[in-house]
Design a protein around this ligand. Structure first.
Ligand SMILES: Cc1cc2nc3c(=O)[nH]c(=O)nc-3n(C[C@H](O)[C@H](O)[C@H](O)COP(=O)(O)OP(=O)(O)OC[C@H]3O[C@@H](n4cnc5c(N)ncnc54)[C@H](O)[C@@H]3O)c2cc1C
Length: 491
């Protein structure tokens, strides 16, 4: 059988594309190398409890917000979404606490209580956040020739913008403090990535009652219901071409599948490595992809708490040991941690809390050649030492956390590299760079007319960013007009 579309990678981006294209009447096959779909959004079970790998909260799901409309189309609006407190993130920097609140006006007003001299600047910043959110799908409008708003944000350095907008460095820390979910790099982070990573949450912030795999499970089921296929343990190994088109994909189990259109919903470097025939892929494109650098990885401590010990808190905490959250920690130092509670199945007490801290691949190098589950005693001791450091920092804002812990599980960038094939265990894929947007911002298009890319390495990461990118990729197959009418306008 020849499929209309073959998607390589069953993470959020691949499944969203698979769903949209299957619903548009295409015959779709999604190939996932892992034992389960979901990629960063998969979950695992230990001692009867489910743990998330890469989902804690999402912004932008209130009726009327752009992501809500897309989730409605994808059938994800009916999942058990749980609205977070009005103050959805609490940021502690060098002992000083700031509150980030939902609602753009509210966000500015609340921070202005701590920074009264910055009231006007905060108002302008909140208005830019709101505009970024409301215009996120503008580029799909068939009447829009060029998205100048997005282009100019991509070329602006986020840190420089903040320094020009706010006089108080404490305020820069406050508005940046929840950005552990992106890489705060003074030299490169584009304002586009910074605003997108924050704006939806200010609009409205949500957790799931249940694991992040509910999202990807629902998408996989939706693809199957529409006649599509989703195969796990089906790692794509080679993309085979004829006359400048990709015609089939060969998997590690030896099976080959023919298709009209192919979508690489994995890291772009992995897609390039799959094109092995001499002369098939333009060297300029291959070199450009291989020149890209990757964002940091994440070290996660997943805590199981004793019953009835610690009350559930319906917001995240971010704690930084020192001021200037834009400067990175020295190797081996844990100077920041995000603390996120899972919504309890019942009752007022938390059973699971995750601690996350950014983590460099370089620190994992001693164990790169080892296999999952066989990395050795020194790896286990190293992990425990870092987890202890995360606990010490977390306890400064959640007193009693240590005593409440019953069990803990740890994952490192090596875990992501091992399970998801994520290069360098990178959490958010290719690093974006305001100084070089043309080199770094990858388009869904490739040199092949029937091979496209999607996923977090392209425009944006996170649930919201990957969803938006999936629309742009599907627009290449179905046309912008189709996506605009059926999904954005919902006609
Ligand atoms: C620790 C962590 C916490 C996060 N928290 C949040 C959060 O709270 N909110 C939020 O919005 N975002 C969060 N994110 C980001 C979000 O999870 C990701 O941006 C998003 O899930 C990425 O989706 P993707 O489809 O682009 O990539 P991936 O999820 O990486 O999916 C790629 C898939 O391709 C598969 N694959 C790889 N190679 C092959 C091959 N050769 N053949 C077939 N399949 C292959 C992989 O197994 C994987 O399933 C977090 C990420 C991390 C790492």
């Amino acid at each position: 059988m020849k499929y209309d579309v073959i998607v390589i990678g069953g993470g959020l981006g691949g499944l969203e594309c698979g769903y949209i294209l299957a619903r548009a009447g295409k015959s779709v096959l999604v190939l996932e190398q892992g034992r389960q779909t979901g990629g960063c959004l998969q979950s695992y079970r230990r001692n009867g409890l489910k743990f998330d790998t890469g989902f804690h909260y999402v912004g932008g799901l209130e009726k009327g917000q752009p992501l809500y409309r897309v989730f409605e189309y994808l059938g994800l609006d009916s999942l058990p979404w749980h609205r977070m407190d009005e103050t959805f993130d609490r940021i502690t920097v060098a002992g000083r606490e700031y509150a980030l609140s939902q609602g753009y006006d509210n966000f500015a007003l609340r921070l202005a209580e701590d920074f009264p001299n910055e009231k006007e600047a905060l108002k302008q910043y909140a208005s830019l956040l709101s505009e970024t959110e409301s215009r996120q799908l503008d580029g799909l409008n068939p009447e829009c020739q060029e998205d100048d708003f997005a282009s100019s944000l991509c070329e602006t350095n986020a840190y420089q913008y903040l320094c020009q907008s706010f006089r108080d460095t404490g305020l820069i820390d406050a508005v940046s403090g929840a950005s552990l979910k992106m890489e705060l790099r003074k030299s490169s982070l584009p304002l586009f990535t910074f605003l997108h990573g924050n704006s939806g949450y200010v609009g409205s912030s949500w957790r799931l009652k249940g694991s992040g795999s509910l999202l990807t499970g629902a998408l996989a089921e939706g693809i199957r219901k529409q006649g599509g296929e989703v195969k796990c343990r089906a790692g794509a190994e080679e993309l085979i071409g004829e006359r400048h088109r990709i015609v089939r994909v060969r998997c590690t189990d030896g099976n080959t599948y023919e298709g009209d259109v192919f979508i690489g919903a994995i890291h772009p470097a992995l897609v390039c490595r799959m094109i092995k025939q001499d002369g098939l892929l333009k060297p300029a494109y291959r070199n450009r992809i291989f020149r890209q650098t990757n964002t940091f990885g994440v070290f996660t401590v997943s805590l199981v708490l004793k019953p009835d010990e610690l009350r559930y808190f319906n917001y995240n905490r971010y704690v930084y040991r020192k001021a200037d959250v834009w400067s990175s920690a020295s190797p081996g130092e844990i100077d920041r941690v995000m603390i996120s509670c899972r919504v309890p199945e019942d009752g007022a007490y938390a059973r699971q809390i995750d601690l996350l801290t950014p983590f460099l691949w370089e620190e994992c190098l001693p164990w790169v050649q080892t296999e999952i589950g066989k990395r050795g005693e020194d790896y286990l001791l190293w992990k425990e030492r870092i987890a202890d450091a995360c606990m010490v920092l977390a306890e400064t804002v959640v007193p009693g956390l240590g005593d409440a812990v019953e069990q803990r599980y740890i994952s490192t960038p090596l875990t992501y590299a091992g399970y998801l094939q994520a290069p360098e265990g990178s959490a958010y894929g290719v690093r974006k760079d305001a100084g070089n947007p043309l080199e770094v911002l990858l388009s869904p298009r490739t040199p092949f007319p029937n091979l496209y890319l999607t996923g977090q390495s392209l425009m944006m990461h996170g649930v919201q960013g990957v969803t938006q990118t999936a629309l742009f990729t599907c627009a290449e197959v179905l046309g912008r007009d189709w996506i605009w009418r059926h999904i954005v306008e919902g006609k």
